[in-house]
Design a protein around this ligand. Structure first.
Ligand SMILES: C[S@@+](CC[C@H](N)C(=O)[O-])C[C@H]1O[C@@H](n2cnc3c(N)ncnc32)[C@H](O)[C@@H]1O
Length: 265
């Protein structure tokens, strides 16, 4: 089963993936969006869907009375718990669950965050994840999540096989295979439709890792201290370019991933 494959993968890769330049480049956009969505607000309950090692869980903790951190990988959850313990955070409820079905009451959540490849991993049941999100959100609540973009620049430049599969999929996204794990990609039109069917309205979208993604794979997946000063400087420069164009349609469509905010009206 795919979700067991995903859980086993994250059980093994543990802490290492989230320290790479690729994932570090996501942190500023995550922080900016969390700050924007929480400006002047105090939440009763937030959910961190696919919390992994808890990087966003600790950011969300001060914003709510309770944060429910959900992940299918036992070892990722253990790391998230350890991270929260080190930070002396006590308002987190950890759940080892598949995000397609959550043990939370309808309308009991103010906001859902799901950053990193979480929903794209659930390539055969992502609509159910949107429906489940809409079910647990209170009216006016939001779901802020990340998904893979279909026409990412790196694929267009370097991957003719995947390009052919993307073209064959027509107006919807294809499956991108990342380290043997299939990830669903999306077009805007399909995402808007899927969200609307679930009872959610797409409110905003921005790209992450647009030009940054053209760095060599070994650099992107490397640790900053290992890649050397030149590549660290190139990464910083390209992240700046990405931030400047992140909301422009012709550019965000080329991004490796997109941050989407959907609202339950
Ligand atoms: C790339 S990590 C992102 C973790 C974290 N949000 C971050 O940005 O560091 C993806 C996480 O989603 C979890 N995940 C994938 N599919 C899942 C599912 N069906 N149910 C629950 N968690 C899932 C994985 O176990 C993994 O920890």
């Amino acid at each position: 089963m795919d979700e067991q494959q995903v859980a086993a993968f994250y059980d093994v890769v543990g802490n290492t993936y989230d320290q790479s330049l690729y994932f570090l480049a996501c942190e500023a956009p995550y922080r900016a969006e969390i700050a924007q969505l929480s400006a002047g607000r105090r939440f009763c309950r937030l959910v961190d869907l696919g919390c992994g090692t808890g990087k966003q869980t600790v950011m969300l903790s001060p914003l709510a009375d309770e944060v429910v951190a959900v992940d299918i990988s036992a070892s990722s959850l253990a790391r998230a718990e350890a991270r929260c313990k080190r930070a002396e955070i006590q308002n987190i409820r950890f759940l080892q669950e598949n995000i397609v079905s959550l043990p939370l009451e309808p309308g009991s959540v103010d906001g859902i965050f799901s950053y990193g490849d979480v929903i794209s991993h659930v390539h055969d049941a992502y609509r159910q994840v949107f429906r489940e999100g809409a079910r647990i959100l209170a009216p006016g609540g939001f779901m802020a999540f990340e998904i893979d973009g279909k026409w990412e620049l790196d694929m267009l430049l370097h991957n003719p096989e995947e390009r052919a599969r993307a073209r064959a999929a027509g107006t919807v996204g294809h499956l991108r295979v990342w380290r043997d794990i299939p990830c669903k990609t999306f077009t805007d039109r399909e995402l808007c439709r899927d969200l609307a069917e679930a009872g959610l309205r797409m409110a905003s979208v921005r790209g992450v890792n647009i030009f940054h993604c053209v760095l060599p794979e070994s650099v992107l997946m490397g640790l900053p201290r290992d890649v050397g000063a030149f590549w660290r400087a190139a990464s910083t420069f390209l992240q700046g370019v990405d931030a400047a164009v992140a909301r422009l349609p012709w550019f965000y469509r080329l991004a490796s991933t997109r941050l989407v905010v959907a609202v339950k009206d």
